[in-house]
Design a protein around this ligand. Structure first.
Ligand code: NAD
Length: 255
C-alpha cells in the first residue's frame, strides 16, 4: 500500500461504474484509504454487492443507481451523495462501455451515439454536477480514459477510441479551468486490465478472427487494483500539484 494508508480519512468519494472491474476495485481502495464511498452503476445487484464488500471489511458505503448518460440521474446522484454523507471530495468517473466491434465505415450510427453518450457525454455530465458541488470546497476528480485515448487501439472500436480521446481532452480543458478553484482533474489511462470488459473485447475479436493480442513488456494483464491505486493517489494530498495529467497504467504497452 506504500504510504497511501488512510490518505483519504474523512473524505467522501463517488465512483461510477462501481459494480465491476476497475470501478469496484477503486471503490474498495477509496474505502481502505479512509473515505466513505458512494458506489454508482446501472447494474444494481452487482453495485449493491460492491457496497456490501466495503461494509464487510468495516468501511462505509452506499449504492445509488444512475445512468451516467442521463443528466437528471447524475444530478440526483450527486445530490444523493450529499444527502447521505454531507460532502463530496473525490470522484472517479469510470463507468463506460466498449460498444460493438466494427470497422469505421461499418459502424452503426445508433451504436456510435450510444458509445459517445455513455463514455464521453457521461464523463462530462459527471464533471458538470461534481464541479458545481465542489466549487467553494475544492476536490479531486479522476476520469477513466484509456491507452485508447492516446493511440488508435484496439482495432474495430472506433467509437470507443474517439470517446477516450475525448475524455483526455475534456480532462485537460477542465483541469485548466478549475485549477484556481482548488479542484484537480486528472485521467487514468489503463492498458489491458483483467476485467469483464476486456473479456468481452477478446471474445468479440476471436469471433471475428481479428488478432487483438497486444505485445506487453510486462507479459501479463494488469489487475484492477493496480489502476485503483493510481486513482487513489491522484485523489490524495500527495498529488496536490498534479492536475490535467493523464496517468498511464499499462505495464509499458505505450512505451
Ligand atoms: P466493466 O465492464 O467490468 O465495468 C464497467 C462498469 O460500467 C459496469 O459495471 C457497467 O455496468 C458500468 N456502466 C456501463 N454503462 C453505464 C452507464 N450508462 N452508467 C453507469 N454505469 C455504466 O469494465 P472495466 O474494464 O472495469 O471498465 C471501467 C472503465 O475502464 C471503462 O471506462 C473502460 O473503458 C476503462 N478501461 C478499461 C480497460 C480494460 O482493459 N479493462 C482499459 C482501459 C480503460
Amino acid at each position: 500500500m506504500s504510504g497511501m494508508e488512510r490518505a483519504l480519512e474523512g473524505k467522501v468519494a463517488l465512483v461510477t461504474g462501481g459494480a465491476s472491474g476497475i470501478g469496484r476495485a477503486s471503490a474498495l481502495a477509496f474505502s481502505r484509504a479512509g473515505a466513505r464511498v458512494v458506489v454508482s452503476d446501472v447494474a444494481v445487484e452487482r453495485g449493491e454487492e460492491t457496497a456490501e464488500l466495503i461494509r464487510a471489511e468495516g468501511g462505509e458505503a452506499a449504492f445509488v443507481r444512475a445512468d451516467v448518460a442521463r443528466g437528471e440521474e447524475v444530478e440526483a446522484l450527486v445530490a444523493a451523495t450529499i444527502a447521505r454523507f454531507g460532502r463530496l471530495d473525490c470522484a472517479h468517473n469510470n463507468g463506460g462501455i466498449e460498444g460493438e466491434l466494427a470497422a469505421t465505415a461499418d459502424y452503426g450510427e445508433e451504436e456510435w451515439r450510444r458509445v459517445i453518450d455513455i463514455n464521453l457525454t457521461g464523463v462530462w455530465l459527471c464533471l458538470k454536477h461534481e464541479l458545481a458541488q465542489m466549487l467553494g470546497g475544492g476536490g479531486a476528480i479522476v476520469n477513466t480514459a484509456s491507452v485508447s485515448g492516446l493511440k488508435g487501439f484496439p482495432p474495430l472500436l472506433p467509437a470507443y477510441v474517439a470517446s477516450k480521446y475525448g475524455v483526455v481532452g475534456l480532462t485537460q480543458v477542465t483541469a485548466r479551468q478549475y485549477a484556481q478553484h482548488g479542484i484537480r482533474v486528472n485521467a487514468v489511462c489503463p492498458g489491458a486490465i483483467d476485467t469483464p470488459m476486456l473479456g468481452r473485447i477478446g471474445e468479440g475479436a476471436t469471433r471475428l478472427g481479428v488478432p487483438m493480442v497486444a505485445e506487453n513488456p510486462s507479459g501479463r494483464l494488469g489487475q484492477p487494483e493496480e489502476v485503483a491505486a493510481a486513482v487513489v493517489w491522484l485523489c490524495s494530498h500527495a498529488a496536490s500539484f498534479v492536475t490535467g495529467h493523464t496517468l498511464v497504467v499499462d505495464g509499458g504497452f505505450l512505451a
